[in-house]
Design a protein around this ligand. Structure first.
Ligand SMILES: Cc1cc2nc3c(=O)[nH]c(=O)nc-3n(C[C@H](O)[C@H](O)[C@H](O)COP(=O)(O)O)c2cc1C
Length: 190
């Protein structure tokens, strides 16, 4: 699959089959993450590959608490309806935890120090594209509280959980979703 087909064809999936992800595909996806660009090539990421059902159940329970908190604060109806079953249905969740110390020169600029998180996001996107190119579905998931996820996964205090890549074979077709036209987002400064 060429890169433009992968970029345009990738979608988010929120329903998964229990079919396992083949080890060679999982390895290829992690490799795609490893080759992401990162600030000063510091590679500030850790990829925690969660397959254990008990851990996934605990992650889901924790994220449900987080969703309830978001609903209480926002009153957004979609939040009250949002189902987290994919966290236990998907065979693999790759938790991406970054090291805020590995953030590069932006640590000396006020309000910055975010380079480590941006680098983790580059790795996450590489993994989503690789998953799609290999015929898998995935979801970029962020409705969690870092400290709770760290406690479940026994992660060191200094790490920050940047995102989760939920991974597996989709149980239903992707939602049709579009993008704003290019003209709405591009300004040429000649
Ligand atoms: C930083 C980031 C965080 C996201 N967090 C969530 C999430 O917590 N839950 C979710 O269902 N989707 C999440 N998404 C997926 C977006 O909802 C999705 O990418 C967007 O609606 C476009 O749909 P598509 O991925 O199918 O093209 C996230 C995406 C990004 C880039």
């Amino acid at each position: 699959m060429d890169i433009f087909t992968a970029i345009k064809g990738r979608r988010s999936f929120r329903n998964y089959l229990s079919t396992p992800v083949e080890e060679e595909k999982l390895k290829a996806i992690l490799e795609a993450g490893r080759w992401a660009p990162s600030v000063m090539n510091l590679q500030p990421w850790n990829f925690l590959v969660v397959k254990n059902q008990d851990i996934k159940t605990r992650l889901k329970a924790s994220c449900q608490e987080t969703l309830d908190k978001i609903y209480a604060a926002s009153g957004w109806k979609w939040v009250s309806r949002f189902k987290l079953d994919f966290l236990t249905e998907a065979p693999v969740i790759i938790v991406v935890a970054g090291d805020p110390k590995k953030t590069g020169a932006d640590q000396f600029l006020p309000g910055r120090g975010t380079g480590y998180a941006f680098s983790c996001c580059a790795a996450i996107q590489n993994m989503h594209l690789a998953a799609h190119a290999l015929g898998l579905g995935s979801l970029w998931f962020t409705l969690f509280e870092t400290d709770k996820i760290k406690a479940i996964l026994n992660l060191p205090d200094e790490l920050d959980v940047v995102g989760m890549v939920v991974l597996g074979y989709p149980a239903s077709p992707e939602a049709s979703i579009n993008r704003k036209p290019l003209e709405e987002m591009v300004t040429f400064i000649d």
